[in-house]
Design a protein around this ligand. Structure first.
Ligand code: 26Q
Length: 824
């Protein structure tokens, strides 16, 4: 296929230099002598953007001429990170830029560091969307990402006296060189108001929504460059603006002052990303955000469709497939129905026939508290017509349920979109399953649990609908760009096309026991560790030895991810060292990166505890180099790119059944970190790929977790029966780690003993500690460790997001690539 050719350099160094200088002069109004790093960065981006926009134009022309079926990836989050290095790599111009800038007296590394992260996402789900649009462009699949142009992305984390504080993220303060505003494609979105029932000439009931307010959505396009630089797709992000219609209340046309308030209200919609991953907050503004970007995006899709097909709706579902990234964009389902029925005047069955061929839904969680539900009253107020449509969808669906299970009211209650009893709630997951032609989980285990535990009745009703697509990551960003030294070593060993054919890495496996190759591989790891050690020193003042094991846990902070299990084990090690100064262990540095949702108190307490324990351990002369604890503030994509290549051990220790997939696990293993983990999410598939000898699996399985809880789990049994667990938990209650503040860490102990330890931390503690002893042993055998590391990198081929996208194409989207030629 087209994607199989490597980027071929079309621009030489002198041309590139000239373009940078031209932009320094003509775009930035400065010159070589005055320019600081920021100006060099902007000029380099502007020079690159010339190639990017040329590719974009060719791609759009090609897609238009071919009138291709395209996938539209709807996501409230796109966690893009930095784009310059990625765009240079994908155009095959990285070396050219590096050399050119050097001749201009500028280090490319300093230039790349100037770029603020585009942090328009919380974590896994948002980063997955970013990897997917990279793969879609690389595989030359016609695709558009649709989302929200947040003014403020995920908050910046600072650590003050050990505690997290949140600061606004202002990624666009000095302009974003990649985005293009397209005011000519502005859309209008209605909100609030009421629905009028009318009778049309044909005697048909006609519904008319009289909105209480209208806002504008202005699109910003971010070009997405595929590897090889041929296809350049777009990520289209909507920004809200006041429409100038000042009528929040139709009975009370606003005066000048009220109108100003409305401007503020309209602009609030895209102001800030909600920072609560995995907890449903039920806030009005969040629902408005969701509807805002779905409505804009659907209207955009329909405008493009009508350009080619006028009012002929019969081919809409052939041309358009919409992937819903979790239920966050589920309101698009009733919105499309509203457009087809109320606006295009199609009858219900025709409209439903189209809708249910357009949408597909990806589930990312089984956690009950993360399943989105909206109060019917809230929907009625904000989207009165959509609530009616949802009731109609549900009514017809309940009839279908009654045909399959006549008179079974329990079944109806389980399957209904509406949750009764107490406040009426609209279950967005149910709406998504009913309104989609396919539903997928994100790892084999997760998809099995979606079928068995979350939607078993739906699976019985529609056995073909529920499927699996295991997540993946882009090897362009997560190996080639972030780990250039390892990439070059791999190039030499197996050739250069592994970034688009990751299974080729298996070719490394036969060298896993080769002494020379082991040495080369581990030298790269060592060099990466040295760079991270410098970063750690600069940002925390902590000195770490690169001879130590770098043991890394990087992910959002959540009880189910069990950073506190890691912490309790660190405290146990500390205690063992204090009790026995000769305690035999290889030196280890435990490194954390994690943001806590601002209102998630226990998560913040765990961050505080990590920092307090770190403080004590790192400054205790009795410990020396044996044990260090580092919490790197403000974990984000660009920091992950520095941490992952330097990691020896990857902590993937969630309670079995709780982590849908995990994707950091894949990035770490790809870069030669060995996993210590539970049989959860994609860990299961990673273990299958690398083999049991090359991963440290511990802890209860999903079935054992279920059994344990059913049998009446009592964490106090573990507390009283395991002296080390007791000692460590009691330690939290003293002021040993928080001098003068006894009890400052007690909430963690309470959550484990008094609140029932819902994530089975104590039940898994001993198994975890034993597995860590095995990790220690393995690391001390240098050859055994090098072999494991190489096998891990070699066997990650499955986890390229190109494979995930191919699975979506085969199991869900059913579309073809559309090759775009490169300029001569
Ligand atoms: C919902 C309602 C209101 C406000 C916020 C939210 C919200 C926002 C973000 C809920 C969830 C998220 C993000 C979830 C997420 O990142 N899930 C992760 O998805 C990854 C990609 O599939 C998986 O690998 C992880 O296992 C899963 O936790």
């Amino acid at each position: 296929s087209q994607a199989n050719s490597l980027p071929d350099v079309k621009i030489d160094k002198n041309e590139f230099k000239a373009a940078v200088i031209r932009h320094l002069h003509c775009t930035l109004g400065t010159d070589e002598n005055k320019a600081n790093s920021h100006a060099w960065w902007k000029a380099t981006c502007a020079a690159m953007q010339e190639n990017v926009l040329e590719g974009l134009r060719r791609t759009q022309k090609t897609h238009y001429m071919n009138d291709t079926r395209a996938v539209h990836y709807f996501s409230a989050e796109f966690l893009m990170g930095r784009l310059l290095s990625n765009n240079l790599q994908n155009f095959g111009l990285y070396e050219v830029a590096e050399a050119g800038l050097k001749e201009l007296g500028v280090e490319i590394a300093d230039v790349l560091e100037e770029e603020p992260d585009m942090a328009l996402g919380n974590g896994g789900l948002g980063r997955l969307a970013a990897c997917f649009i990279d793969s879609l462009a690389t595989m030359e699949i016609p695709a558009i990402g649709y989302g929200i142009h947040y003014e403020h992305g995920l908050f910046r984390q600072e650590i003050r006296s050990g505690a997290q504080i949140e600061r606004p993220d202002s990624w666009r303060d000095y302009g974003n060189p990649w985005e293009i505003c397209r005011p000519e494609s502005t859309q209008e979105v209605s909100l609030f108001g009421y629905v009028e029932t009318k009778y049309g000439e044909n005697g048909r009931i006609q519904k008319e929504w009289h909105p209480g307010s209208i806002v504008k959505g202005v699109p910003w396009d971010i070009p997405v460059v595929g590897y090889g630089g041929k296809t350049v797709n777009v990520l289209r992000l909507w920004q809200s603006e006041s429409s100038g219609y000042f009528n929040w209340d139709v009975f009370n046309a606003g005066g000048y002052v009220d109108a100003q308030r409305e401007n503020v209200q309209a602009e609030t919609i895209s102001k800030v990303l909600y920072p609560n991953d995995e907890t449903e907050a039920g806030k009005e503004l969040r629902l408005i955000q969701q509807y805002f970007f779905c409505s804009c995006s659907l209207k955009d899709i329909i405008r493009r469709y009508k350009r080619a097909h006028k009012d002929d709706w019969s081919r809409f579902a052939e041309q358009v497939v919409i992937q819903l990234n979790d239920t966050h964009p589920a309101i698009a389902i009733p919105e499309l129905m509203r457009i087809l029925v109320d606006r295009a005047q199609l009858d219900w069955d025709t409209a439903w026939g189209i809708s249910t061929k357009v949408f597909a839904y990806t589930n990312h969680t089984l956690l009950p508290e993360a399943l989105e539900k909206w109060p019917a009253r809230m929907l009625e107020k904000i989207l009165p017509r959509h609530l009616e449509i949802i009731y109609e969808i549900n009514h017809r669906f309940m009839d279908e349920v009654d045909k399959k299970w006549p008179g079974d009211n329990l079944m109806k209650a389980k399957l209904s979109i509406i949750e009764e009893g107490g406040e009426k709630m609209v279950r967005m997951g149910h709406l998504s399953v009913i309104g989609s032609f396919r539903v997928n989980g994100v790892a084999e285990l997760h998809s099995r649990l979606v079928k068995q535990n979350l939607f078993p009745e739906f699976d019985e009703l529609w056995p073909e609908k529920l499927t699996n697509v295991t997540n993946g990551i882009t090897p362009r960003r997560w190996l080639k760009a972030c780990n250039p030294a390892l990439s070059k070593l791999i190039d030499k060993k197996i050739g250069e096309d592994w970034p688009i054919n990751l299974k080729k890495l298996e070719g490394l496996a036969k060298h896993a026991t080769n002494k020379t190759f082991q040495k080369q591989f581990m030298q790269v790891k060592q060099a990466n560790k040295k760079m991270l050690a410098e970063e750690i020193l600069a940002s925390t003042g902590i000195e770490v030895s690169t001879d130590a094991i770098f043991d890394v846990q990087i992910k959002r902070l959540h009880e189910y991810k069990r950073q506190h299990l890691n912490l309790l084990h660190i405290m146990a090690l500390y205690r063992r060292i204090l009790e026995n100064p000769d305690y035999d262990m290889h030196p280890r540095v435990f490194i954390f990166g994690a943001k806590a949702a601002p209102a998630y108190t226990l998560a913040k307490d765990i961050i505080y505890a990590i920092n307090m324990v770190a403080n004590k351990v790192n400054n205790d002369p009795r410990v020396g180099d044996k044990l260090k604890v580092v919490f790197l503030p403000n974990y984000r994509v660009s920091l992950a790119e520095k941490m992952i290549p330097a990691s020896d051990v990857s902590e993937q220790i969630s309670t079995a059944g709780k982590e849908a997939s995990g994707t950091g696990n894949m990035k770490l293993a790809l870069n030669g970190a060995v996993t210590i983990g539970t049989l959860d999410g994609a860990n299961v598939e990673i273990a299958e790929e690398v083999g049991d000898d090359n991963i440290f699996i511990f802890g209860l399985t999903v079935d054992e977790v279920t059994e344990t809880l059913k049998a009446g789990y009592n964490p106090k049994d573990y507390y009283y029966q395991d002296a080390e667990i007791k000692a460590v938990l009691d330690w939290l209650e003293t002021d040993y780690f928080t001098p003068g503040k006894p009890g400052a860490l007690v909430s963690i102990k309470q959550s484990l003993l008094d609140m029932g330890d819902p994530y089975l931390v104590l039940a898994d503690f001993r198994a975890y500690s034993d597995a860590q002893i095995e990790v220690d042993k393995a690391y001390r055998d240098k050859e055994r460790w090098a072999e494991m590391v190489i096998i891990n990198t070699a066997m990650m081929g499955k986890f390229t997001s190109d494979r995930s996208i191919q699975d979506y194409v085969d199991r869900v989207w059913n579309l073809d690539p559309c090759p775009v030629s490169r300029p001569q």
